[in-house]
Ligand binder design. Structure first.
Ligand code: GRF
Length: 220
């Protein structure tokens, strides 16, 4: 069983998807600590309800990003954390955390990377007029929404979509995608070669996995 730590800043719906997948035994891991940088994050209570220890490490209490990250690193190390998952964590990581957990930090972003990084990814997709968008789980490096992509899910942009309707269509797939990616990592099926993530699965299993990660517009 891998020991997983989760970083949040807000409602934590992706965190819940991960906790539930671990709790159900779908992902061979256990979450030993959820850390929020925001004391008011609703996700904290959702973690506690599921019996997961939580901590608030408020960035406002630290003079620099590095000092804040050092405290987070200390908390995760004490809890024996091997893999970090960012789930709506609204801070850029400093090298303090990235180097300590190199290739063991995952993030989920609501767009098909490398398109539409940063805030309002769904609005960016609508403004660009693309026909498909989606979400990506990737390894985290020093740059914003950057690092080798592990898995992606694709959803259509439909006529009349608003930022809200597209966001909720994507979010439904985020909740499927993130546990799948964490499962692959925990099963040691993800490796990095020449800056890209490779997934060690028989092609037929990989195709079956992808089938569950594509919305052809007939789900609503
Ligand atoms: C999600 O859309 C995620 O992709 C992005 O921030 C949002 C967090 O939502 N990084 P939640 O806190 O997981 O509900």
């Amino acid at each position: 069983m891998k020991q997983v730590g989760i970083l949040i800043s807000g409602r934590g719906s992706n965190m819940v998807a991960l906790l539930d997948a671990m709790g159900a035994g779908k992902v061979p891991a256990r979450c030993a600590l959820v850390v929020s940088n925001k004391p008011s994050a609703p996700g904290l209570e959702r973690a506690s309800e599921r019996g997961v220890p939580t901590a608030v490490i408020n960035h406002k209490d630290f003079p620099t990003r590095e000092a804040h990250d050092r405290k987070i690193l200390e908390a995760f190390r004490e809890a024996g954390i091997e893999i970090l998952c960012l789930a709506g964590y609204m801070r850029l990581l400093s090298p303090v955390l990235v180097e300590a957990y190199r290739n063991r930090i995952l993030n989920i972003h609501p767009a098909l990377l490398p398109s539409y990084t940063g805030l309002h990814a769904q609005r960016q997709a609508l403004e660009a007029g693309v026909r498909f968008s989606g979400c990506s789980v990737h390894f985290v490096d020093e740059h914003l929404d950057h690092g080798p992509v592990i898995l992606q899910a694709a959803v259509p942009v439909l006529p009349g979509d608003t930022e809200e309707s597209l966001s909720s269509r994507i979010l439904k797939y985020e909740h499927r995608l993130y546990p799948e990616a964490l499962q692959l990592l925990c099963q040691d099926r993800v490796s990095i070669r020449e800056g890209r993530a490779e997934i060690d699965l028989p092609l037929s299993d990989y195709r079956a996995l992808l089938k569950g990660l594509i919305d052809l517009g007939d789900e609503e």
